[in-house]
Write a protein that binds this ligand. Structure first.
Ligand code: NAD
Length: 300
């Protein structure tokens, strides 16, 4: 544990202040880090300034002189452009600084980014997160970190300011592989919770009471705790957008194919998530998988 006073000497450049990045950057400010924020749309930067951060006008402005640079962007092409592209992080980050990408992206892209950083003397970690918007707000994220053990150790104070379970899982790219396994499980659990809800409602059982008692047994899980009330109310404000989980399930199936392993349930859930996106629900929370089960059961 470090103190706010000892953190104040560490400058952090934060790029991508969306649903997750905004509260994560705010928690770094709260823990005393000197945070400079940049986002494609400006209102998000203004909100960070209101919370004690500094505004940057460009990636160069964010990164120049930073000890640590963090990105929290939607997808692999966004990270490639921001890290490796012209005017990107590696053009301006000082040698020796640590670049931590916390977005969920393809493991092969994470490794390519790390190689690009090494050429410029920038130390790279892939550190995707789980725990959702609530975990980001509460600084209670689970953070799975790939990269060198030394770079991980040097970054502990920054990572601990955003998460409560922070684990080094191996070399560059392994954080993203662990995140793929995480996303496979989360999607599967949401689908099974959706099916349980539809089954209970079809038999006119009090679903709130049913899920309460289920939550005390072997089927207890965090998705049930955090999402069942909004699912029962058919409220799907994100949260975690369907578009992003669809992207993640593509990574799951690609990494499975690359390793020659078979994920039958994962493949079905990926198709159900694709159906939701195809129906124009990409901006809803991923728990909207329930609506697909409702439709398949003729209950809409
Ligand atoms: P989001 O779309 O809310 O936020 C992304 C932000 O990045 C936006 O504010 C956007 O304006 C900004 N951005 C995009 N391209 C940019 C660029 N080139 N330069 C500067 N800013 C740019 O997404 P999110 O929900 O915060 O998710 C971010 C990442 O975290 C994704 O990879 C997602 O899969 C992962 N993730 C999300 C959750 C969740 O619950 N939302 C949970 C765990 C992991």
């Amino acid at each position: 544990m470090t103190s706010a006073a000892s953190n104040s000497g560490t400058s952090v450049g934060f790029i991508g202040l969306g649903i997750m990045g905004a509260p994560m950057a705010a928690n770094l400010v709260k823990k005393g880090f000197a945070v400079t924020g940049y986002n494609r749309s400006k209102p998000a930067v203004d909100r960070l300034v209101e919370r004690g951060g500094r505004a940057a006008q460009s990636i160069a402005d964010t990164v120049t002189g930073a000890d640590v640079v963090i990105t929290m962007l939607p997808d692999s092409p966004d990270v490639e452009a921001v890290a490796l592209g012209p005017g990107g992080v590696f053009e301006y980050a000082p040698a020796g600084c640590v670049y931590i990408d916390m977005s969920t992206i393809r493991p092969d892209v994470a490794r390519a980014v790390a190689e690009g950083g090494a050429v410029r003397g920038v130390r790279c970690l892939d550190a995707p997160v789980s725990g959702g918007e609530a975990g980001a707000i509460e600084a209670a994220l689970s953070i799975m970190v790939g990269g060198s053990g030394q770079d991980f150790a040097d970054s502990r104070a920054v990572l601990d300011a955003m998460g409560s379970t922070v684990v080094h899982v191996g070399g560059n790219g392994t954080g993203q592989l662990v995140k793929a396994a995480n996303q496979l499980m989360v999607a599967g659990i949401i689908e099974l919770l959706s099916e349980a809800i539809v089954l209970l409602e079809a038999h006119e059982v009090d679903a709130t009471a049913a899920l309460q008692v289920i939550g005390g047994g072997l089927a207890a899980n965090r998705v049930l705790d955090r999402k069942s009330a909004s699912m029962l109310a058919r409220q799907f404000k994100p949260g975690f957008r369907v578009d992003l989980h669809h992207k993640d399930l593509g990574i799951v199936l690609d990494t499975a194919r690359a390793a020659g392993v078979v994920l039958p349930v994962g493949a079905v859930v990926a198709q159900l998530m694709a159906a939701l996106k195809a129906q124009g629900s990409g901006n809803l929370d991923h728990s909207a998988l329930l609506t697909v089960v409702d439709q398949l059961s003729g209950r809409t």
